[in-house]
Write a protein that binds this ligand. Sequence first.
Ligand code: HEC
Length: 130
Amino acid sequence: MTMKTSSFVVVVLVIAGFLLVQSSPVRKDMQNNASFFPADVKKVIDNKCYGCHSAQGKSPVAKGALLWDSLPNLKKSRIVAKLDNIVRVLQKNIMPPAGVVKKNPEMKLLPEESKLLQSWAVSKADSLLR
Ligand code: HEC
């Protein structure tokens, strides 16, 4: 192989590798939807909520109840209803489910994280209803 062909091969492999990573079905965090989820809110969701409420979650019930990645694309009235549900579970302090938090204490939603998600959900719902 000449120098020219081998560097061509390298470039092709790098591009192929890049495309493979880009199209990987396994995502560790929420799709980037910065206008809908501010960075601090996204961080809490990624750490404490996303594992169950995303396409790769293991519980069909959790996925049926809420999918963060689809939320911004729902009808306005559905988004507002979901945001209301989110505020309700946060006020009751029932997410992540108690059994899961007991086994994985690091999953516990801290009071300031709960407040952050609640004020985000309330103001998002308000702005959609305006
Ligand atoms: C370990 C998995 C798990 C994690 C983590 C988790 N959830 Fe859930 N979630 C569930 C399951 C299972 C359900 C459905 C059963 C239920 O309502 O208890 C649910 C239901 C919900 C619902 C719908 C409730 C309703 O009555 O409509 C909301 C809203 C919700 N979760 C929000 C959250 C938020 C916010 C977080 C992060 C703070 C979170 N969840 C983290 C498993 C999880």
